[in-house]
Design a protein around this ligand. Structure first.
Ligand SMILES: *Cc1c(COP(=O)(O)O)cnc(C)c1O
Length: 455
């Protein structure tokens, strides 16, 4: 097309307000979409491209993009069960329903229905948590990091010290570093032992040296890494004998009562995640964990333990700043209720069901995906991860569907679809892992994969 053709094509472009009038949307959105469509066309013409094509249809497409929520569901085909970037634990059906019920209207969040007096939001889960963990009392806050901060501030805080083994001065991710959290609590940190070895005598010496200043010993689970080889640490039981309060940050909230079943039977895979119940039984003053890791609930921070220590945490000003919202609380209560029946928890809590998924189910799912996609898809042996800073050494073996094609381009095309599909790239191949997908998601995945392979 010559310069005159360009000029004619540019003149024929509608005005923004004319195109916007053809779009059924709030004025500012319609104008924004129309302007983008026209700008796009003008640039195409100036670059020597075609001037035809339905401009209204293109503007409607752009409008859809503008109206699309920013936070939206994706399909997790990575096989990483607790993917922090993908929102960690999906919720059980009963938890989702509880959220919907509470979101819809008013609730007795802080009202005691018997007396008509002001109640506590913690009341909805405190009993349940005590029952499930064996602890005297419980409080929940908005995440695990908050739980640790509040526990440190309530039990020790300004003017006191907290002893931590050097091998436990960890960073969890997202900037959560134990030395900094302790500093924020106002307490002074006393480090004991070495990176790889800490003995009871190290704690005893620190207690003698600090001469009454110690508010607590904190034990922190090495969630996202393990030290192996010449290592030694002190079990929580022994720390609890030292006569000072013990705060045990166990990280992922392992509450399942049949852990061996998770991984295909006793001895199949060593389960090196601390159990909430074990720390409570050992006598820890406060035990902290996340709600949305292996517990399989909403984002939340659980603190269970001794009555007086929990009461101190509740009274602390940080408790208000860190308080859990009603939607998370509803989801947490429903999730915890499932744990009353361990079999049911295993079936209905998605994180546990994914961990425990049997090979036949995974294989059937992989076959369904591969058959649905057809050309360009094949089944390979692969291994998935738990993720989310839990069980870092555990490899969950199972089948995956490998796609043919340039992996980065394919992964990008899959992310750009609706719903976006997030995949894992391994050995130069895009893998779709059936472990982190539900049966209902499979048709969506198949459609997305076919579109990506075709386009
Ligand atoms: C994950 C984790 C935290 C932080 O919990 P969030 O719920 O992510 O805030 C704290 N301590 C340990 C040991 C953890 O594993």
């Amino acid at each position: 097309m010559g310069a005159r053709g360009d000029a004619a094509a540019l003149r024929s472009l509608p005005a923004v307000h004319e195109l916007a009038a053809d779009l059924d949307a709030p004025h500012h959105l319609a104008v924004a979409a129309a302007r983008r469509a026209i700008d796009e066309r003008r640039e195409a013409v100036l670059a020597g491209g075609p001037a035809h094509g339905d401009l209204v249809a293109r503007a409607r497409e752009l409008l859809l993009e503008l109206e699309r929520p920013s936070l939206r569901p994706v399909l997790n085909a990575t096989g990483v069960i607790l993917h922090t970037n993908l929102g960690r634990a999906p919720l059980a059906r009963s938890a989702r329903e509880a959220v919907a019920r509470v979101a819809q209207g008013y609730s007795n969040l802080e009202l005691d229905l018997d007396s008509g007096q002001r109640g506590s939001r913690h009341a909805h889960v405190a009993q349940l948590l005590a029952e499930l963990s064996g602890a005297e009392a419980a409080i929940v806050v908005n995440n695990g990091a908050g739980a640790v901060l509040l526990a440190a501030a309530a039990v020790a805080g300004p003017g006191r010290a907290i002893i931590v083994a050097r091998g436990q001065l960890v960073e969890i991710g997202g900037g959560f570093r134990i030395p900094e959290v302790i500093a924020q609590s106002g307490a002074r940190l006393i480090e004991v032992g070495t990176t790889n070895r800490t003995r009871l005598a190290d704690y005893e010496r620190a207690l003698r040296d600090a001469d009454g200043e110690v508010g607590a010993i904190m034990r922190v689970h090495q969630s996202n890494f393990r030290t192996v080889g010449f290592v030694e640490d002190v079990p929580v039981e022994a720390l609890c004998e030292l006569g000072v309060p013990v705060i045990d940050d166990i990280g992922s909230g392992w509450l399942a009562s049949q852990p061996a079943r998770m991984f295909g039977g006793e001895g199949a895979v060593p389960l090196d995640e601390p159990l909430l119940t074990a720390s409570v039984a050992a006598g820890a003053t406060l035990v902290c964990c996340s709600g949305d890791k292996l517990l399989g609930g909403p984002q939340g921070g659980l603190i269970v333990g001794r009555r007086e220590a929990v009461a101190a945490a509740r009274r602390h000003p940080l408790a208000r700043a860190l308080r859990i919202d009603k939607l998370s609380l509803a989801a947490l209560e429903a999730t915890l209720r499932l744990y009353r029946d361990p079999e049911r928890a295993l079936r209905e809590i998605p994180v546990l069901a994914m961990l425990a998924a049997d090979p036949e189910t995974l294989s059937a799912r992989a076959k369904r995906i591969a058959a649905g996609i057809g050309e360009g898809a094949g089944i390979v042996a692969a291994s998935a991860k738990v993720g989310g800073g839990a069980l870092p050494l555990l490899e969950l073996a199972g089948p995956a569907v490998a796609l043919e094609g340039e992996p980065e381009a394919l992964a990008g095309a899959l992310r750009a679809g609706e719903p976006p599909v997030i995949v894992r790239i391994h050995d130069g191949q895009v893998l779709l892992d059936p472990r982190t997908l539900t049966e209902e998601e499979l048709p969506l995945l198949v459609r997305a994969a076919r579109a990506a392979l075709a386009g």
